[in-house]
Design a protein around this ligand. Structure first.
Ligand code: C2E
Ligand code: CA
Ligand code: CA
Length: 615
C-alpha cells in the first residue's frame, strides 16, 4: 500500500516522516487507540493548514462509527457523530464508510449527501468535507478519516497524497488495536463455552483486591452434577454440546456486572457484588433453570447443578481461601443430594473433614476386605414366602461407629472406590450362593450396581467371569440399578445392561419414582423387576402423594407385565394395602431388618420350611 503513495514536496515530506515515526511509536508502545488517533488528527491538521480532522472507528459488533481521534474539533462534535451508522446519504463520513470509497463534498450546503446534516454543518462552520474510508489490509472497513474546511474546497493531488498517508497510519493503529483485542479475548475466554476463563478471573480478582468493593462480593462455585458420567455416556462430542448449553443456561441467570467464568471441566465460578441483587434469592433460579431437559442430538438429557456460595471481602480474605470455602459448600450440596446450593458455614468446614475421613475408612475397609454384605429378605406378598434377598454393603470392624451406606456409597461413587466395592459385593454374592447350597435353593440374590460400574469398560465381562468362577448361574442374581436417566437412548450403560441380561442376569429398576424413570425405559430395557422406593411406601395411607405414586408405579409396571417390589415396608397395614393394590413383593423391617448372612440365612431357612408346610 505504502509504495502506491506518491511523495509530496520536501518540507511536508519531512513533516510527514516525523509524524509517521511518532505515530508508530505510540502504536508500538500500545497507547490507547484514542490517543494515537488524536495524534494522527493533530499531525494531519499541522500538515494541511485550515483543515479540521476527525478519525472515526468502525465497530463491527454494533456496525456503527464511534468517536476515535480529534484535534481542533470540539468534543460536542465528536459526541454528536458517535454511534452513527454508515448509510448511502449520511454526510461525507457515513457515506464514505458505506461505499468504502473517498467522498468529496465541495459544498455541503448543496451536496445531497448532506441533506439531513445541513444544520449540523452550519453549526460547526463546515463548508466542504472530504472523507476517506480507513480500510484494513484485507479490505475490511476500519474507520473513516474526515477533513472539514470552513470554505469551499477541491483537494489537490498533493492534498490527497498527504491524506492517504494519515489514513494509512490510522489503519495501522486500528488494526493493531483490533489484533490486541482479539488476542486478549482469546486469552481470557474459554473457547468451548465462550465464557471467561481463569485468566479473566485472575484479572478480575486482582482488580477487586486493589479496590475492594464496599459491601463485599459473593463467590459461587457451580458444579454440574454427574457430568463425568454424562461425558462417558454421551461421548466427548455430545458431552461438549451439553456443556455449552449448560454454560448458556448459567450465563442466562446472571445480571450485568456479574462475572461468570468456566473454571475448569464442568465447574463455573460466578462472582457478584453483594450490594446488587441478593444472590441467595437468585440461586434457586440457577438451580431451577436446569429443570427442563437438555436436547443433545436426538436425546433429552436431564442435568442438574449444585452450587456453593461464600461471602468474600477482598479487604480481609484472599480469593483462594474464599474459593476453597465455596468448593466445600458445593461438596456439601452434593452430599445432601445434589441439585441445590449451600452457603458456606461452620457446618461445611466439618462436613468436608468428615467426608475425607469416611473416604479414608472406606479405602482401608476395601483394601482389607472388610466390606461385607448384610442380607434382607424379599417376600411374596400373597403367600408371605421369601423369594429373594438383597445384599446391602456394610463396613465391618469400623469400631463402635457404623457408617451407613447412604453415607459411604455416594462417597465411593465419586471415585473408583465404587468399582472395587461393587465388584467385591458381586463376588461375595456368588460365593454365598455357591456355598449356601440347597438352604436357599430357589432364591434370587439381589445386588446393587452403581451406574459408574456399568459405565466401566468390561464390567459385564467381569460379572460373567465371577459367576463362572463360582459355578453359579447368573440367573440367580438380580442386578439393581438406579439413576435411570442414563439408560435412555444408545448409552453405554444401556448396552452393558443388555449384555448382562443376555448373559442371564436379572435386572431390577431400583428406587422407582425418585428418579426420572419413564415408561420408555421400562420398554427399552428388559427389567425383570421394579422396586418402589421406601419414601413412597412410608407415606402410604396418608391419602397423599405416597399412595398415588405407589398406584401409578404399579399401574405402569403392570402395563409392561413387570412385577413390583415395595421397599421399606414396616407395618402390617402397609403390607396389606400394598397387597390390595396388586403389589407383588415386599421388603422391609416388617419381615426382617438387613442382618449378617448367617442370621438372614437362618431366618430364610425357617420361613421357607414353614411356608412350604402351610401351603
Ligand atoms: P437401597 O438399594 O434402596 O436399599 C434399601 C435400603 O432400605 C437399605 O438401606 C435398607 O436397609 C433400607 N430398608 C430396608 N427395609 C427398610 C424399612 O422397613 N424401613 C426403612 N426405613 N429402611 C429400610 P441401607 O442398607 O442403608 O442402604 C442404603 C443404600 O445404599 C441402598 O439403598 C443402596 O442404594 C446403597 N447400597 C447399599 N449397598 C450397596 C452396594 O453394595 N452397592 C451399591 N452400589 N449401593 C449399595
Ligand atoms: Ca437396592
Ligand atoms: Ca431402593
Amino acid at each position: 500500500m505504502a509504495n502506491t503513495i506518491q511523495t509530496p514536496s520536501s518540507l511536508v515530506a519531512e513533516q510527514l516522516l516525523s509524524a509517521q515515526q511518532q505515530v508508530l511509536e505510540l502504536v508500538v508502545r500500545g497507547a490507547p487507540l484514542s490517543e494515537t488517533l488524536s495524534a494522527i488528527a493533530r499531525f494531519s491538521e499541522a500538515a494541511i493548514p485550515t483543515m479540521k480532522a476527525s478519525v472515526l472507528v468502525f465497530d463491527p459488533v454494533t456496525q456503527c462509527l464511534r468517536k476515535g481521534g480529534y484535534a481542533s474539533l470540539p468534543s460536542t462534535f465528536a459526541d454528536a457523530v458517535d454511534g452513527m451508522a454508515p448509510g448511502p446519504a449520511t454526510g461525507s463520513c457515513g457515506t464514505a464508510a458505506f461505499r468504502k470509497e473517498r467522498v468529496i463534498s465541495e459544498d455541503v450546503r448543496t451536496d445531497p449527501l448532506w441533506g439531513a446534516f445541513r444544520d449540523f454543518a452550519a453549526h460547526y462552520g463546515i463548508q466542504s468535507a472530504w472523507s476517506s474510508p480507513v480500510l484494513g489490509a484485507d479490505g475490511r472497513l476500519l474507520g473513516v478519516f474526515g477533513m472539514y474546511y470552513g470554505d469551499c474546497r477541491t483537494p489537490s493531488t498533493d492534498d490527497l497524497t498527504i491524506v492517504d498517508r494519515f489514513v494509512h497510519l490510522a489503519a495501522i493503529a486500528i488494526e493493531r488495536q483490533r489484533f490486541d483485542a482479539d488476542r486478549d479475548h482469546e486469552a481470557t475466554h474459554d473457547s468451548l463455552t465462550g465464557l471467561g476463563n481463569r485468566r479473566m478471573l485472575e484479572r478480575a480478582v486482582a482488580h477487586w483486591e486493589r479496590t475492594p468493593p464496599t459491601g463485599g462480593l459473593t463467590v459461587a462455585l457451580i458444579d454440574l452434577d454427574h457430568f463425568k458420567m454424562h461425558n462417558e455416556n454421551l461421548g466427548h462430542r455430545l458431552a461438549d454440546q451439553l456443556l455449552q448449553s449448560a454454560a448458556a443456561r448459567i450465563a442466562a441467570c446472571t445480571v450485568p456486572g456479574e462475572l461468570v467464568i468456566r473454571y475448569g471441566g464442568d465447574q463455573f465460578v460466578l462472582i457478584t457484588s453483594a450490594t446488587g441483587t441478593d444472590p441467595r434469592a437468585r440461586f434457586p433460579r440457577v438451580i431451577e433453570s436446569f429443570n427442563a431437559p437438555f436436547e443433545v442430538a436426538d436425546m433429552r438429557v436431564r442435568l442438574s447443578v449444585s452450587a456453593g456460595l461464600v461471602e468474600w471481602n477482598p479487604a480481609n480474605t484472599n480469593f483462594e481461601d474464599a474459593l476453597y470455602q465455596a468448593e466445600q459448600a458445593c461438596a456439601s450440596a452434593k452430599a445432601r443430594g445434589r441439585e441445590r446450593w449451600i452457603a458456606f458455614g461452620p457446618e461445611e468446614r466439618e462436613t468436608a473433614a468428615e467426608r475425607r475421613r469416611v473416604a479414608r475408612v472406606l479405602t482401608d475397609a476395601i483394601a482389607t476386605h472388610r466390606v461385607v454384605p448384610h442380607l434382607q429378605p424379599i417376600v411374596d406378598l400373597a403367600t408371605g414366602r421369601p423369594v429373594a434377598f438383597e445384599m446391602l454393603a456394610r463396613l465391618a470392624g469400623t469400631g463402635s461407629e457404623s457408617i451407613s451406606p447412604s453415607v459411604f456409597i455416594p462417597i465411593a461413587e465419586e471415585s473408583s472406590l465404587i468399582d472395587s466395592l461393587g465388584m467385591s459385593m458381586l463376588r461375595q454374592t456368588f460365593r454365598l450362593l455357591a456355598t449356601s447350597g440347597s438352604r436357599i435353593g430357589g432364591l434370587t440374590a439381589n445386588v446393587n450396581v452403581s451406574l459408574r460400574q456399568l459405565l466401566r469398560d468390561g464390567f459385564p465381562k467381569l460379572a460373567i467371569e465371577a459367576a463362572q468362577m463360582n459355578g453359579v448361574s447368573p440367573e440367580r442374581v438380580c442386578l439393581e440399578v438406579t439413576e435411570s436417566q442414563w439408560l435412555e437412548g444408545d448409552s453405554p450403560a444401556r448396552e452393558a445392561l443388555l449384555e448382562l441380561k443376555a448373559a442371564g442376569f436379572r435386572l431390577a429398576l431400583d428406587d422407582f419414582g425418585t428418579g426420572y424413570a419413564s415408561l420408555n425405559q421400562l420398554q427399552e430395557i428388559p427389567f425383570d423387576h421394579v422396586k418402589i422406593d421406601k419414601v413412597f411406601v412410608s407415606r402410604l395411607g396418608d391419602g397423599g402423594r405416597g399412595t398415588a405414586l405407589c398406584e401409578t408405579a404399579l399401574r405402569m409396571a403392570a402395563a409392561y407385565g413387570i412385577p413390583v417390589t415395595a421397599e421399606g415396608v414396616e407395618t402390617e397395614d402397609q403390607a396389606r394395602m400394598l397387597t390390595a393394590m396388586g403389589c407383588d413383593r415386599g421388603q422391609g423391617y416388617y419381615w426382617s431388618r438387613p442382618a449378617p448372612a448367617d442370621i438372614t440365612l437362618g431366618w430364610l431357612d425357617t420361613k421357607l420350611r414353614t411356608s412350604v408346610g402351610t401351603r
